[in-house]
Write a protein that binds this ligand. Structure first.
Ligand code: ADP
Ligand code: ZN
Ligand code: ZN
Length: 743
C-alpha cells in the first residue's frame, strides 16, 4: 500500500511512500508520519492511502519511516475538510492542513504537564505493616509515613512532604519495598482562571425557544433534508439559551458540539454561562491561551474527555470524531474570515464540516448575513425567527439627527455633539442614568496639516490620504495600515510654522470633548489604544457596570454583546461613517453595527433612547432606526441582485503585491491574460488595477476581481497559476475567495 503524504515544507505537492508491512494496519488517513526526504527526515500527514502511485514507478518509492514522535493525528473527516478548503479557497494543501491543528500541537514541542502521584497500592499490606512493626524501634519513621499515607490516601511529593510525618529516607525505603507506589497523572492547565462556577439548569423555554428547539431536534434526527438552521432572533430573544439546550440534546444523542463565537464576544461571562451548564465537559480555544493551555484543551477534545468546545474561528477544527452540532453565533460577523491563506470563512466552512460529518449547523444572529437570508429563501437552509424578547421590554426610541441642520459651531469649539445629543446626555446625568457614546475610530485626530504651506502628514510608505491616527496622550502619529509610529511634530516639518492643525476625530478626542461639554461627568473610554490587555477591559467595564462611570466612550469594542442595565442612552457620533466605503457590503455592515449599538440601550427597566447623528440622507439608517430588518434585507438583496454581487454571484479578489510598480503591473496583466481562456458569459472580470489602498509598507498593490456564477474551472486555473509555478522575486499573490473587503 502507498501513503500519499504532505510534508511540512512542500507547498502544494504530495509525495508517495510505501507503507512498511508492519505498519499497514495502523496507518490511516490523518496519521502523523515521519518520511525520508532527500538526506534528512521530515514530518508529514497522510492524505490518502492508495494501491498505486501516480507519481513515479513503484519500484523507486521509498518507505515511510514510521509514526512521527509526539505528533497528534488528524481525524480523517478533518483531512477531507482540509483538502476541500485548499481547493475552494485556492490555497496550498500544506497551508490548509496546517490550519487544522494549533501550532502548539503541530510543533510537537509542547508537552503535557505530568505529575507523579504517590499512593498505597495495597491498603491491607500497609495496615499489616503498622501492626507488625508496632514495637520495632528501627522503623518508627516508616510506620509514621505509612500512617500518614493511610490518612491522606494519595498525593504528590510536594503535598506529602508538607506533612511533619514525612521523612525522605523512610519514604524511599517504603517505595523500594513496594508499599508505596506511584502513577503519572496529566495535569490540566487551568484555562478558566477562576475557582468555582455555580452549576446552572436549563430555563423553561419560551414559545419561540420551543419552536426553535423542535426544529433543532428535527435536524438532529434527520427528519428534514437540510442540515443548517438560521436562527434569526433579536437581541435578548434567548438564542444563547437555545444553543445551550441544543447542545444538551446533542450530548443526549452521544455526540459532541462546537460553539463558535467572534473573538471579541468570547468574554469570561460568555464562557461562564456555558461552563455553568456543562462543567468539565466544556473546553475553550481562543487566541489568548498560552501554548500549553491550547495544547491541553486540544488534547482533551482529541482524547474524548471533553464533548463541547467554545472558541473563536479556529475552534471549528476541533478534532471531535462524532460531531453532532456546530453553532455559529453572530454568523454575520466578518471576523469569521481568516486573513491569511487559506482565507476561509468560518461560517461557510462550518456548513461544509456539518455536511461532511452529518452534523447540524445553527447560524445565529440578530442581523443574519445576506448570504444566509438568501440561502434560507432558497430553501437550502431552514429558518427560525424569534421576534420577541424573553422579558418583553419596550423597544428603544431611535432618532436620526441630521447634522446639516445644526447651527454652525462656534469657532474653535468641537463639532462632535449636536444640541439634541447634548440635551439627551444632560438629562441622563441629571437622572443618574448611563450613556454610551460610540465613534468608530480611535485616536485623537486623523489628519495633521499645515494651513501655511499646505503640508499634510501621511505615512510615506503607504498610500491613501489620512492614513495617520494622532494620539494626543502618547504624542504620536501611527499609520493604521502598516502600524509605523512617529513622534507627533510640534511645528510643520516643511515650513516650520507652529500653527499646524489636527482634523477629524477619534474616540480620544470624543472623550476630551465630552469632558468639556459635560463638566463633572465621570467618563471612561474603551478602544484598542486604551485596552492593552483583557484586564484593562475588565476594569473599565466593571467600573461602568457598578455605576462608577456616567459615560462610556468607545469604538466597535463596546458595540457587541455587552449588557448594562443602567444605560438608557446610546449616541452614535457619525452613524453614516461606514456608508461611504467603496464596498458593496457597506450598507450591510452599517445596518448591522447600528442595530447592535442600538441594542445596548434600555436593557434595564427603563426605556432606552438611541440617537444616530448623520450628515447624509440614508435609507439604511432609516431601516436601522425603524428596527426593520426585513425592509433592509429586501433593499440590500435587490441592490445586490441588480449589480450581480454575492450572494447572487461568487466573488474572488486577487491582490498582487510588489515593490516595483511597473514590474507588478506587467505581472498582474500577464496573470489576467492567462485567465482569458476560462472566461464565460456568466463571469465578469475586472482587470488588475491599483487597489483602493494602493500601497502598504512600500509595497504596491493591484487588485483584480472575478465575479459571476460557475467559477469552478477558473478557480482551478487560478490555483494552478498562482501556486504551481515559482513567482518572480518580490511579488506575491493573495487570493481571496468570497472576499469580505475589497481594499
Ligand atoms: P440572546 O442570545 O438572543 O441575546 P439570551 O439567551 O442571552 O438571548 O437571553 C437573554 C436573557 O434572557 C438572558 O439573561 C437569559 O438568561 C434570559 N433567558 C433566556 N431564556 C430564558 C427563559 N426561557 N426563561 C427565562 N429567562 C430566559
Ligand atoms: Zn507648513
Ligand atoms: Zn504606513
Amino acid at each position: 500500500m502507498i501513503a500519499r503524504v504532505i510534508t511540512d515544507i512542500a507547498l502544494d505537492r504530495e509525495f508517495d511512500y510505501l507503507i512498511p508491512a508492519a505498519l499497514e494496519k495502523d496507518i490511516r488517513i490523518g496519521s502523523a508520519v515521519e518520511v525520508p526526504f532527500g538526506n534528512s527526515k521530515r514530518n508529514g500527514y497522510v492524505l490518502e492511502i492508495c494501491a498505486e502511485s501516480t507519481y513515479s514507478s513503484q519500484g523507486k518509492l521509498k518507505e515511510l519511516s514510521g509514526f512521527a514522535h509526539n505528533r497528534a493525528h488528524i481525524p480523517e473527516k478533518l483531512i477531507t475538510l482540509g483538502k476541500w478548503m485548499a481547493e475552494y479557497y485556492c490555497a496550498t494543501q500544506e497551508h490548509s492542513i496546517r490550519t487544522l491543528l494549533p501550532a502548539a500541537v503541530r510543533s510537537g514541542k509542547v508537552k503535557a504537564l505530568v505529575t507523579r502521584v504517590f499512593y498505597l497500592p495495597d491498603q491491607a499490606a500497609a495496615e499489616k505493616f503498622i501492626i507488625d512493626n508496632a514495637d520495632a524501634k528501627r522503623v518508627v519513621k516508616r510506620v509514621e509515613v505509612v500512617k500518614l499515607m493511610l490518612r491522606i490516601h494519595e498525593g504528590t511529593l510536594t503535598e506529602i512532604s508538607g506533612h511533619p510525618e514525612y521523612s525522605p529516607g523512610a519514604f524511599d525505603a517504603l517505595r523500594k519495598a513496594g508499599l508505596i507506589a506511584c502513577r503519572e497523572e496529566t495535569l490540566r492547565r487551568d484555562v478558566f482562571g477562576e475557582v468555582e462556577v455555580v452549576p446552572g439548569k436549563p430555563l423553561p423555554p419560551t414559545a419561540d425557544q420551543q419552536k426553535a428547539l423542535a426544529m433543532v431536534e428535527e435536524l438532529l434526527d434527520r427528519k428534514v433534508p437540510q442540515h443548517v438552521l438560521v436562527l434569526h432572533g433579536v437581541t435578548n430573544s434567548g438564542k444563547t439559551e437555545v444553543y445551550l439546550q441544543s447542545i444538551a440534546k446533542t450530548l443526549e444523542r452521544g455526540k459532541s458540539a462546537i460553539v463558535l463565537v467572534p473573538e471579541i464576544s468570547l468574554t469570561p461571562q460568555t464562557v461562564r454561562r456555558f461552563r455553568s451548564r456543562f462543567g468539565d465537559r466544556l473546553c475553550v480555544l481562543h487566541s489568548r491561551l498560552s501554548d500549553g493551555e491550547r495544547f491541553d484543551e486540544w488534547n482533551r477534545i482529541n482524547s474524548g474527555e471533553a464533548q463541547i468546545v467554545i472558541g473563536a474561528r479556529s475552534a471549528l477544527f476541533a478534532p471531535f470524531r462524532n460531531l453532532g452540532l456546530i453553532v455559529v453565533d453572530e454568523e454575520h460577523e466578518s471576523s469569521y474570515k481568516q486573513s491569511e491563506s487559506p482565507r476561509y470563512m468560518a461560517r461557510d466552512v462550518a456548513v461544509m464540516r456539518g455536511k461532511l460529518e452529518e452534523a447540524v449547523v445553527i447560524l445565529g444572529s440578530a442581523t443574519p448575513s445576506a448570504e444566509s437570508v438568501y440561502n434560507a429563501r432558497q430553501g437550502k437552509f431552514l429558518l427560525c425567527r424569534m421576534d420577541a424578547q424573553v422579558a418583553d421590554k419596550p423597544k428603544p426610541i431611535i432618532r436620526i439627527v441630521d447634522r446639516r441642520l445644526d447651527p454652525l459651531p462656534e469657532p474653535g469649539s468641537s463639532n462632535l455633539f449636536s444640541p439634541v445629543l447634548i440635551d439627551a446626555v444632560q438629562e441622563r446625568l441629571e437622572r443618574a442614568e448611563q450613556t454610551i457614546l460610540f465613534l468608530n475610530r480611535r485616536g485623537y485626530a486623523r489628519s495633521l496639516c499645515c494651513p501655511a504651506c499646505g503640508y499634510e502628514a501621511r505615512c510615506p510608505e503607504c498610500s491613501v490620504n489620512y492614513n495617520y491616527t494622532y494620539s494626543r496622550r502618547r504624542e504620536i502619529l501611527s499609520c493604521h495600515l502598516c502600524g509605523a509610529v512617529i513622534p507627533a511634530p510640534e511645528c510643520c516639518p516643511e515650513c516650520g510654522s507652529p500653527d499646524i492643525i489636527y482634523r477629524g476625530s477619534g474616540t480620544e478626542k470624543l472623550e476630551s470633548c465630552a469632558h468639556g461639554v459635560f463638566p463633572g461627568a465621570r467618563i471612561g473610554r474603551m478602544d484598542s489604544d486604551t485596552m492593552r490587555s483583557s484586564s484593562d477591559y475588565e476594569v473599565v467595564l466593571d467600573k461602568f457596570r457598578r455605576g462608577q462611570l456616567d459615560i462610556l466612550v468607545g469604538t466597535q469594542m463596546i458595540a457587541k454583546g455587552l449588557h448594562f442595565p443602567g444605560v438608557t442612552l446610546v449616541g452614535v457620533i457619525n452613524a453614516d461613517h461606514g456608508l461611504s466605503m467603496p464596498d458593496f457590503r457597506a450598507a450591510e455592515r452599517t445596518f448591522q453595527l447600528m442595530t447592535q449599538v442600538a441594542g445596548r440601550a434600555g436593557r434595564g427597566d427603563r426605556r432606552g433612547e438611541v440617537i444616530f447623528q448623520s450628515s447624509k440622507d440614508s435609507e439604511v439608517l432609516q431601516f436601522a432606526a425603524n428596527l426593520d430588518f426585513d425592509g433592509f434585507a429586501q433593499y440590500d438583496l435587490e441592490f445586490r441582485q441588480m449589480l450581480n454581487y454575492p450572494p447572487y454571484t461568487r466573488l474572488i479578489a486577487i491582490v498582487f503585491r510588489g515593490e516595483d510598480e511597473s514590474v507588478l503591473a506587467n505581472f498582474a496583466a500577464n496573470f489576467a491574460a492567462q485567465l482569458e481562456p476560462y472566461k464565460h458569459a456568466n463571469l465578469k472580470i475586472t482587470p488588475p488595477a491599483p487597489a483602493p489602498i494602493e500601497k502598504i509598507k512600500n509595497k504596491y498593490r493591484y487588485l483584480m476581481t472575478i465575479r459571476g456564477t460557475g467559477l469552478k474551472t477558473i478557480r482551478e486555473a487560478i490555483r494552478v497559476l498562482a501556486l504551481h509555478r515559482p513567482l518572480p522575486k518580490n511579488i506575491d499573490i493573495a487570493i481571496d475567495v468570497d472576499a469580505q473587503y475589497l481594499m
